[in-house]
Design a protein around this ligand. Structure first.
Ligand code: RP5
Length: 284
């Protein structure tokens, strides 16, 4: 049996959850204390949604606390891996951020680190003993919920490999390839291209790993409509939605994401799918 130390997420049942208390000292430093006695031979899975450097810090403190209790078999489940998009140095003077986070975890001799639908192959490649959960179950549920014969839309070149794997896992759904340009210095996205002449009014589902500000998807939605797309759906594994959902929602019939990054209440046109266990997702 694996015990779960669940820092801000709940993929496992309560009975197997380790109790702890956590607070921030007045000076701003985080603290954690594990309350459940644990046998040294016990396997522990630490699950944590990391949204910030502070969250990552708490994860490290929790691992250290467990190791000081004598626990050697520690697995970590960090569905959204920090800085996964910063997986290359674009211009001189920048850090290779994802490697910094990965190497800190590598130094801790963990059994494994599991990530959910990472931005690229760089994250699992940098991590020792990494495991990857794909978005296939999530997208399967999304398509069941849409209940129409959709076309899968790959937003850019970076998503192509994953979307063809997804298509074949789902029995060979049609894929339409798209592209965009991003200015390295300003981050500004432009020049959306959809590599098909006429979508003939068919419903389209854009699938991607992350929605942050949403610019990618609003720009692409416009271009898909220019190519005669029918209903538009968006499914992203990690819903950051840093600019909110109000504007983005205007472009889509429905938006789906998992709770890998944070929990968001359902609103009209928005469904969050719970990443309940490592290999199981469920529409709530
Ligand atoms: O346009 P926003 O939502 O800010 O950024 C999301 C896009 O930026 C990429 O890294 C993601 O894979 C996705 O394609």
């Amino acid at each position: 049996m694996i015990l779960n130390l669940d820092l801000n997420f709940n993929p496992f049942s309560k009975e197997k959850t380790i109790d702890y208390e956590s607070f921030t000292f007045s000076g701003g430093e985080p603290h954690i204390k594990i309350l459940t006695p644990i046998n040294e031979g016990q396997n522990v899975m630490v699950t944590h949604r990391v949204q910030s450097f502070d969250d990552f810090g708490l994860l490290l403190l929790a691992i250290d606390a467990l190791q000081r209790m004598g626990i050697k078999n520690i697995d970590v489940f960090v569905p959204y891996f920090p800085a996964a998009r910063q997986d290359r140095v674009m211009v001189s003077g920048e850090p290779l951020s994802v490697k910094v986070y990965a190497e800190i975890l590598n130094a801790l001799n963990l059994n494994s680190v599991t990530v959910y639908d990472p931005h690229s192959e760089v994250t699992p490649a940098l991590l020792n003993n990494s495991k990857v959960i794909s978005n296939h179950n999530f997208i399967k549920e999304v398509i069941e919920d849409i209940n129409e014969e959709i076309i899968l839309i790959s937003p850019d070149g970076g998503a192509l490999k994953k979307i063809y794997k997804l298509s074949s896992a789902l029995g060979g759904i049609d894929v339409v390839e798209c592209s965009k340009s991003r200015d390295v210095k300003t981050g500004q996205i432009s020049d959306f291209k959809v590599y098909v002449d006429d979508l003939k009014g068919k419903p389209c589902l854009i699938v991607d790993d992350i929605c942050d500000g949403g610019g990618t998807f609003m720009g692409l939605a416009n271009e898909l409509k220019n190519k005669n797309a029918g209903k538009l759906y968006l499914a992203v594994s990690h819903g950051i939605f840093s600019k909110g959902l109000t504007e983005l929602s205007k472009y889509f019939d429905k938006i789906y994401c998992t709770d890998s990054f944070r929990s968001i209440e359902h609103t009209e046109g928005f469904i969050q799918v719970q990443l309940k266990e490592k290999n199981e997702t469920k529409i709530i």
